[in-house]
Design a protein. Structure first.
Length: 133
């Protein structure tokens, strides 16, 4: 384990209202507590431990993630692999929120980095299904 790494799951306590949903009712999406997923596994100490809520329009999902030192790449900044994982997880949970089923999005290979993300910066993750074709 990396010193300073976050080992507590944000949802061990009653979940806080994400800032990205400050005025919207929260409809948390169910997740199996036993899943070892590196993106959403609630007890995977090495993972992101993301918790998603259905967007009010039902076409996607939202979450927040505050990366800690375990996700560091260039000193003080989040490694792009952590960002990519967060985006893929957001796409999958958005599909689940919209369809009620699981599946893999077909276009997951594009990550356009426009700026560095600092360790400790809270990221708002929002996904929306635009087509099921």
């Amino acid at each position: 384990m990396v010193p300073g790494a976050n080992t507590k799951r944000q949802s061990d306590a009653p979940p806080a209202r994400p800032a990205c949903m400050a005025t919207e009712p929260i409809a948390w999406l169910d997740n199996d507590e036993r899943t070892p997923c590196i993106g959403c596994g609630p007890h995977n100490a090495a993972g992101l431990r993301l918790r998603f809520a259905r967007r009010p329009d039902g076409r996607g999902a939202s979450a927040e993630w505050t990366p800690d030192a375990a996700w560091q790449g260039f000193p003080g900044n989040v490694h792009s692999a952590g960002l990519y994982l967060a985006l893929i997880e957001t796409m999958n949970w958005s599909l689940y929120a919209h369809t009620g089923g699981t599946g893999l999005p077909t276009r997951t290979a594009a990550l356009d980095m426009r700026r560095r993300v600092a360790i400790g910066e809270t990221l708002v993750l929002r996904g929306q299904v635009v087509s099921l074709e």
